[in-house]
Design a protein around this ligand. Structure first.
Ligand SMILES: [Zn+2]
Length: 214
């Protein structure tokens, strides 16, 4: 396995990177008990209309990871090894090829400044949405186009009768990781979740690696 790139995400930070078809994104929780928000957009070539000559890969803000379609096609609100993550255009974007934690969330949107204000009365709190927007912006993704994320290691349990959700401690133990193989060329964003309540009161780093197993 060849590691092409690795990024250490300090607590409450994010990154964006290009993932070519066939490459694998590994998201690792080195200390455990930490959620990582992941989002993906289809990459378009630099020769797409409107791009300046010589510009690098850009994301197509019109084709994005869709938690709704992933739930629909997988017939489950959970994903694990073997699950396929679909785009809003029903394109398979990523396949989970390894998962040492086993529990993740597809239901809730990335935490945002507005969420911290509405739910907790805290202004100006760091958030996954702002971290993803900061790093996806240079690839051509406006903040308002960032959809519901795949929330790795996040444990959200719905009540089967009322539908009310409970957020529990993250599923990750130290060193747990998830591998996601790109089925098409992608621009992906990853954030070490900024929400104390989602992470049992602690905020930990996340490791992101790109592997090429081909
Ligand atoms: Zn978050």
């Amino acid at each position: 396995m060849t590691s092409l790139r690795s990024v250490h995400l300090d607590p409450q930070t994010g990154c964006a990177l290009v993932l070519d078809r066939g490459q694998t994104l590994r998201v690792r929780s080195p200390t455990g008990q930490q959620v990582a928000d992941v989002v993906a957009f289809a990459a378009r070539s630099a020769r797409s209309a409107g791009d300046a000559p010589g510009t690098g890969p850009r994301a197509d803000p019109d084709e994005w990871f869709s938690s709704g379609r992933t739930i629909d096609y997988g017939m489950s609100i959970y994903v694990t090894t073997g699950s396929v993550l679909y785009s809003n255009r029903s394109t398979p974007m990523l396949t989970i090829t390894a998962d040492t934690a086993g529990r993740h969330d597809l239901l809730v949107s990335p935490c945002s400044e507005e969420m911290f204000e509405r739910l907790y009365g805290v202004a100006g709190h760091p958030s996954c949405l702002s971290n993803l927007a900061e790093h996806l912006g240079p690839f051509g993704v406006p903040a308002g186009r960032i959809p519901t994320t795949l929330n790795l290691f996040m444990v959200v349990t719905p009540d089967p009768v009322t539908g009310r959700i409970t957020i529990e401690a993250p599923s990750s133990r130290p060193g747990d990781h998830v591998d996601l193989r790109a089925e098409v060329d992608l621009v992906v964003g990853v954030a070490a979740c900024s929400a104390e309540i989602t992470n049992r009161g602690t905020l930990e780093p996340i490791e992101v690696e790109v592997h090429d197993d081909r």
